[in-house]
Design a protein around this ligand. Structure first.
Ligand SMILES: [Fe+2]
Ligand SMILES: [Fe+2]
Length: 295
């Protein structure tokens, strides 16, 4: 990169190019619809049922999942209404949001697909941890929005893979070999990191502002976090929990540990961190099963 001006032009060009790729141009509509329900306190089970039922493919996948070993229910789940009763409204919302983005994690060469599958499990682990933390700690982000932000927090890496292909896999390889934070290598090699690109994607998808903001800042605001910035800190802690639980891999080879002193500013006690971690370890196998069933 030479000089601020050329960097600015490069970034604008890259942003315009990325905005032209299919995954960015076509937001998963069901994700947007579920988020509208999440944000409207007057809508509930009926609205979620309608949204999922209108999308035949989502509806079929959700029922397939509800009847799979993923949940291990003994009785057959035949309708979305039954799924809401058995899995719970939050559970159905979270699974529908996950299914909406899952396809983006299944494309590419075998090496790319392995990278994406690890990233998927990491994203599901971060989403689950973020929603559990948001239930425990009062902040400006609800558990459902925290889940969504965890699910798409590293979507910038998926977009990089889509756009740069083998070149991005080299960035990933460089981070792995040097045991480096991937965002650092991205900045060096591409002039922008996945967090900023994630913010662009969230913006293009018209996701709630809090999600765009935490995606954009999840590596730049490194804490301690004040009350207003807590949603970013909670996502950072959820990310750290996912890495420590060894649930998949997000491509960061120098992740922050959960006992890092800055996390103390979030007011999450050790017992809670351990409990969330145990839950993630328990569910990790299911996360890849969901990706398989999503096809
Ligand atoms: Fe990240
Ligand atoms: Fe991550």
């Amino acid at each position: 990169m030479i000089g601020t001006n050329s960097k600015r032009i490069d970034l604008d060009t890259l942003r315009a190019e990325l905005q032209g790729i299919e995954a960015v141009k076509c937001p998963p509509s069901i994700l947007q619809e579920i988020l509208l329900v999440v944000e409207n306190p007057r809508s509930g089970a009926k609205e979620v049922e309608n949204i999922v039922e209108r999308d035949m493919s989502c509806s079929l996948k959700l029922l397939k999942l509800a009847n799979s070993a993923y949940y291990g229910f003994s009785r057959q789940v035949k309708t979305i209404r039954e799924a809401i009763v058995i899995i719970g409204l939050d559970g159905v919302k979270n699974v529908a949001m996950s299914l909406a983005v899952a396809d983006a994690f299944k494309k590419g060469t075998p090496a790319e697909r392995k990278f994406l599958e690890d990233l998927w499990v990491h994203s599901m682990a971060t989403a689950t941890a973020a929603s559990m933390l948001a239930k425990e700690v009062a902040s400006e982000i609800s558990p459902s929005l925290a889940y969504c932000s965890g699910l798409v927090h590293d979507i910038g890496k998926v977009i990089f893979k889509e756009h740069f292909g083998a070149n991005y896999m080299e960035v990933f390889g460089k981070a792995r070999e040097g045991k480096l934070p991937i965002s650092l290598v991205e900045e060096e090699e591409l002039g922008v990191d996945h967090a900023r690109v994630g913010g662009w994607v969230a913006d293009a998808w018209d996701l709630p502002e809090v999600i765009t903001w935490v995606l954009r800042e999840h590596h730049s605001k490194t804490g301690p976090w004040d009350r207003a910035e807590k949603p970013i800190g909670l996502l950072a802690l959820a990310d750290a929990i996912a890495y420590e639980s060894k649930a998949g891999h997000g491509g960061n080879f120098k992740p922050r540990r959960t006992d890092h002193p800055t996390f103390a500013s979030l007011g999450v006690d050790d017992k809670t961190i351990k409990a969330v971690q145990a839950e993630i370890i328990k569910r990790a196998g299911r996360f890849s099963e969901l990706l398989r069933l999503a096809g």
